[in-house]
Design a protein around this ligand. Structure first.
Ligand SMILES: N[C@@H](CCC(=O)N[C@@H](CS)C(=O)NCC(=O)O)C(=O)O
Length: 198
């Protein structure tokens, strides 16, 4: 059985939500950040970054929340959380999956820290552009791939939920509200939220 190393109220949320979407059994292993458990040598052997989440699956280990979402979506194809190889929808799936850690995450950090960067040099441009692009992509919906919900929605939906609803770092927009509401209406999201509340 897969083991998810996690902690409440952290970026573990997307991995939790995705595992709940698969309906597969998995074990949660709490890493107590307040006690520094993330720096224990046994945990650093799983994720040398000393951060949650991380996943153990037999002999395989990985970290980085978006990578865990991609891995688990491929591991359980019956859950239909990733377009299969050869499906043209896979192009947009990968685009949005990488847009999460590559653009949304640094844009959120930029909003929180107010650090100014040269937008030509910064891979995400600037926060305004990232949220404008997401706004346009989400205006049609219901999901990033149209009618097909995917792991990319879990990565982007978790990030937007944190940025717009939980931390109110990014102003709400009609497309964000509709999308976050659609994410939050999913039973797996609700189960993950209950777990993540600690
Ligand atoms: N890029 C990582 C970021 C993970 C991350 O920053 N986790 C934080 C909690 S939200 C953490 O474990 N912090 C503990 C520490 O740095 O000591 C991912 O997406 O999984």
């Amino acid at each position: 059985m897969m083991k998810l190393y996690w902690s409440p109220r952290t970026r573990s949320f997307s991995a939790l939500w995705l595992l709940e979407e698969t309906g597969q059994p998995y074990e949660r292993v709490l890493i107590d950040l307040s006690k520094g458990a993330q720096k224990a040598p046994e945990y650093l052997a799983i994720n040398p970054m000393g951060k949650v989440p991380a996943l153990l699956d037999g002999e395989a280990t990985l970290a980085e929340s978006a990578a865990i979402c991609a891995y688990v979506a491929e591991r359980y194809p019956k859950a239909k959380l990733a377009p299969p190889l050869g499906d043209p929808l896979r192009a947009k799936y990968l685009h949005w999956l990488f847009f999460g850690p590559g653009c949304v995450e640094p844009a959120m950090v930029q909003v929180a820290t107010k650090i100014e960067m040269n937008p030509v040099a910064a891979g995400w441009g600037d926060a305004q552009r990232v949220f404008d692009v997401l706004d346009a992509a989400l205006t049609k919906g219901p999901w990033l791939l149209g009618e097909n919900f995917s792991a990319a929605d879990i990565v982007i939906g978790s990030g937007l939920n944190f940025a717009v609803r939980l931390f109110k770092m990014v102003p709400a927009r009609p497309s964000f509200d509709r999308y976050i509401d659609a994410c939050a209406a999913r039973p797996a999201f609700q189960r993950a939220s209950a777990l993540a509340a600690g």
